[in-house]
Write a protein that binds this ligand. Structure first.
Ligand SMILES: *Cc1c(COP(=O)(O)O)cnc(C)c1O
Length: 496
């Protein structure tokens, strides 16, 4: 049976994968979900002999069923090429008995590249398939990494424009520099006064603005989303969990069928949801360990069944996880509600109106694959230091949250299951926090001095993405209030 997609807030209407990718978010505010999760058609043994691109095809063809073999293979070839600095695309590195799945070897050295290097190609293909002749305007809110990865993916892609909003004081200096130096006439980067949730809420309002959509259509434009709510982001992320398992099997680190745990440093719940999909497609996964930083709304949710965003927002050293509204959780809610769109809609309404919702006991049972954990700033820094001192391997702050949570989990439960930790960013992206964690003395150094020092002590080459921004000129310096986002968008699109 071919997979089709429907909204988490209206299960009646079904659309194809390519339509879901084009639309991004459903008109009713819901997220598109596959009507069932297909099983892998090859065994793990067979997959063990496939490279990344071949694995990507085997996985994605099952979820993007209206793409032809030729279309999909073409998108994959364009995405996973020499933009990545290793042919493995997503290598596994063993340290202190855990396997770090390095998802940061793409153009912007964070895991967002895994999906955002292919999304523009999926979207252009989807537009052709659906005879869309309007120009696609990508509108995105970013907590730092999505923005640059989306800009890098869409820059210069004919038939597209991209607008990125980021919290002016909520991203790392390197992240900001990466974004504001972005080249390409079709790119536009704006800082907003506010945090990531403000940016994301503002973007959602623009997506749901019917009047704006009408005016854009009249100008031959239409919005689409590159945020992790787009199914075209989620599907490519399933691939590397399948790939990681197959590689562990190939290298005889695990036996065929042996279950593994997966730990994911989580913000918007996209990456860990992809792992959940991988499990449901047949990857032998035991626990999905959801690691949060001090913004531990998900940890509390897994503990109590109450999702409560009414709390202080904390700026941490892992800014891509500084999130109080994990958008992709809605897909999980829909599933544990038994694909009940009405109930999902009610809970999401409560979230937007009161900032809180509760799931029933029965729904909570549907979350038994997950374990929630969190690490505070001290534990995160301590993890970076101790792993570096014991092994020489340097983690970024996000991965360190996951690693610290894993240590606590293993100590609490005694679970000895082999474990893959999603390593979501290069330490070079968060150099200051990483180096300060290793030794406070580094705080006196400048940003790029720190980069050189990290390269020396960690014995790793400075990534191209960092070398490039050292001297690149700032091309974007717009800053606005949240209330001005609509005006800013219209101005950039030349609609005023
Ligand atoms: C985006 C991001 C995360 C969070 O991923 P989600 O899919 O939003 O849960 C974690 N780490 C890094 C480095 C990121 O860029």
């Amino acid at each position: 049976m071919e997979v089709q997609y429907s909204s988490t807030r209206n299960s009646g209407k079904k659309i194809t994968a390519s339509q879901a990718i084009l639309q991004g978010l459903s008109e009713d505010g819901g997220l598109f979900v596959p009507d069932h999760i297909p099983a892998l058609s090859l065994s793990m043994r067979e997959l063990a002999d496939r490279n990344y691109q071949e694995t990507a095809y085997e996985v994605m063809k099952l979820l993007l069923t209206d793409f032809t073999e030729e279309e999909l293979k073409d998108c994959i070839a364009r995405a996973y090429d020499s933009k990545f600095d290793t042919e493995e695309i997503a290598p596994l590195v063993e340290a202190e008995g855990a396997y770090y799945l390095e998802l940061f070897h793409g153009a912007t050295i964070a895991f967002k590249d895994m999906a955002l290097s292919i999304l523009p190609h999926l979207m252009i293909t989807a537009a052709k398939k659906n005879h869309v002749d309007r120009e696609i305007v990508i509108l995105t809110a970013t907590s730092g990494d999505t923005g640059k990865a989306a800009l890098a993916g869409f820059a210069g892609v004919a038939g597209t424009k991209i607008i990125v909003f980021y919290p002016k004081n909520g991203v790392s200096p390197i992240q900001e520099k990466q974004m504001v130096t972005q080249k390409g006439d079709n790119t536009f980067v704006v800082g907003i006064h506010g945090n990531f949730d403000d940016a994301q809420t503002g973007v959602k309002q623009l997506f749901n603005d019917k009047e704006l959509a009408g005016e854009m259509a009249a100008c031959g434009l239409q919005f689409s989303s590159a945020n992790s709510i787009n199914i075209g982001r989620l599907v490519p992320q399933v691939v590397y969990y399948v790939y990681a398992y197959a590689k562990l099997l190939k290298e005889e680190k695990i036996a065929d069928g042996e279950k593994i745990n997966v730990v994911v440093p989580t913000g918007n719940f996209g990456n860990i949801l992809a792992a959940f999909y991988a499990k449901n497609m047949g990857v032998p996964i035991n626990k999905l360990i959801c690691a949060s930083n001090e913004n531990k709304v998900l940890y509390d949710f897994f503990m109590t069944g109450e999702y409560d965003r009414n709390r202080e927002f904390k700026l941490t050293s892992s800014p891509s996880m500084d999130i109080l509204i994990s958008s992709n959780l809605e897909r999980m809610i829909y599933r544990i509600a038994g694909d009940d769109a009405d109930q999902t809609g009610k809970l999401m309404k409560a979230l937007s109106e009161q900032g809180v919702y509760h799931v029933t006991e029965e729904m909570k049972e549907g979350l038994s694959d997950f374990h929630g954990g969190f690490a505070d700033e001290k534990e995160t820094a301590e993890r970076i230091r101790s792993l570096y001192e014991d092994t020489g391997y340097v983690l970024d702050t996000h991965t360190a949250v996951a690693s610290a949570v894993y240590q606590k989990y293993a100590a609490e439960t005694g679970d000895k299951t082999k474990t893959v930790i999603a390593s979501t960013a290069s330490p070079f992206k968060f150099t200051r926090s990483v180096m300060n964690a290793i030794d406070q003395k580094y705080d006196a150094m400048g940003d790029f001095e720190l980069v050189d020092e990290l390269s020396k002590i960690g014995n790793v080459k400075i990534p191209k993405a960092i070398e490039e921004i050292r001297t690149a000129p700032v091309l974007h310096d717009h800053v606005c209030d949240r209330t001005e986002m609509k005006a800013v968008v219209k101005q950039f699109l030349g609609m005023e």
